[in-house]
Design a protein around this ligand. Sequence first.
Ligand SMILES: [Zn+2]
Length: 282
Amino acid sequence: MTERRRKAIIKRRLTIILLLAVLAAAVLLAGFLISKAVRKDAGDSKTDGSDISPTSSQESEKSENNTASAPRDESLPDTVTIGEFTLDANYSNLFLVNGENPLPEDYDYEGNLLTMDEKYINGSLRQIDKDIWPYMRAMIETAWKDGVKLYMWSPYRSYDTQNMLYQNQVKRCMDKGLDRAAAEAEAATVVARPGTSEHHTGLACDFNMASDEFENTEMYRWMTENAEKFGFIMRYSKEKQPITGVIHESWHWRFVGINVAKEINSLDMCLEEYLEYKNSGK
Ligand SMILES: [Zn+2]
């Protein structure tokens, strides 16, 4: 190979490398401009109300698994004002915990909790997910203004507390003559096995009493009419028991978000069905 030919080859290679570098830079620049435009669109749909807490950008870290993003329907409001409370209607948390999606024993159960004033509670447990506290407080105080004596009975529960409740239920079943395996299966239909209770998320709460009597109270009637306005749904209905695996619990309500709660109720779905529906791209 002559010296001139060798130089010509090197020159050609350098030109190709330079062209590829320019092309790569152009692709990176285009990507940056597109992502900037998308972020701007998302930002435009949010509120800028500084008095609103929490904002939809404060998605909980816990929302990574078993969740779908909240709906962004143009017809849905960004904020809802009820009395003195203004709430972000887009904020949602669809964290799914159930028999098929348990939390491990070493999960960070205490991660995002706030301890509430006991005036809102008629039981001994006093913690809740801090991001949903504005919604819970607004709901309870609005019920009080309507003359309805709504109280939290059992909000967040640790793994150990749930384990104690579950083992007590297993013992009750064994006292009826069942062997341990049968007693554990029977107990799980009434008290969730530790790790599988929605109470571990801090997003669910039993109100006033964990009893069927709740369904005959004015508190229950008020909740069926008003809870979705504050982002709560009745989590375990009789008709959805084959899907949720949990008996009808009129007293157990779950925060999902205001716009999401309204959508779930209008679709007549439980949370499991809704997540499947959203994850299928609807
Ligand atoms: Zn419950």
